[in-house]
Design a protein around this ligand. Structure first.
Ligand code: MG
Length: 169
């Protein structure tokens, strides 16, 4: 029972090394129209206010497939607004992931179905869980930077436990 729950709720649909390993053309051809993107350790170093080269190139790549982007972060709006501006993309801060209220609102405002959206992030217990709950296609990327707060390191251990279980089937 527990196993079924975590397989369904927490297993990302795809796992990739980074944003450049995602087959954007393939997702586009499957009807994906919109991308929710986590910031910290997905696009940026934790706490960044400005996009770096990696983030700019990744966002340009996504935009080149005519996919819309919304940065989705649990962090406070002040920093996220600055960061999103440096990439010229939409954003939602204080998103309260794994809560899905803001995600569902956005999907409904856009007149899309959840399965036409991607949720991309580096953490199971916020990004992936939220995406699964909302019905998005979920992609987990490897964290960009290793220097993380203690509570995140703890979650990494739980994530590793889950992946070991997934691999056993
Ligand atoms: Mg993150």
């Amino acid at each position: 029972m527990l196993k079924r729950w975590y397989l369904k709720s927490l297993k990302p649909d795809y796992r990739v090394e980074d944003l450049f390993k995602i087959d954007w053309a393939e997702f586009k051809s499957k009807g994906i129209k919109f991308v929710f993107l986590d910031i910290d350790n997905t696009l940026a170093e934790h706490g960044s206010r400005q996009a770096d080269k990696y983030a700019k190139e990744a966002v340009d790549l996504i935009k080149s497939f005519d996919l819309q982007i919304c940065i989705l972060s649990n962090a406070l709006s002040d920093r996220i607004a600055d960061y999103a501006k440096s990439l010229d993309v939409d954003y939602m801060s204080q998103a309260n992931k794994p809560g899905i209220k803001k995600i569902m609102q956005k999907i409904s405002d856009l007149n899309l179905r959840a399965d036409q959206t991607l949720m991309i992030g580096d953490q199971i217990f916020t990004d992936i869980w939220a995406g699964k709950r909302a019905g998005c296609v979920t992609i987990m990327v490897k964290q960009r930077f290793a220097n993380e707060a203690i509570q995140i390191r703890f979650k990494r251990k739980l994530e590793q436990f889950l992946f070991n279980r997934y691999e056993k089937g």
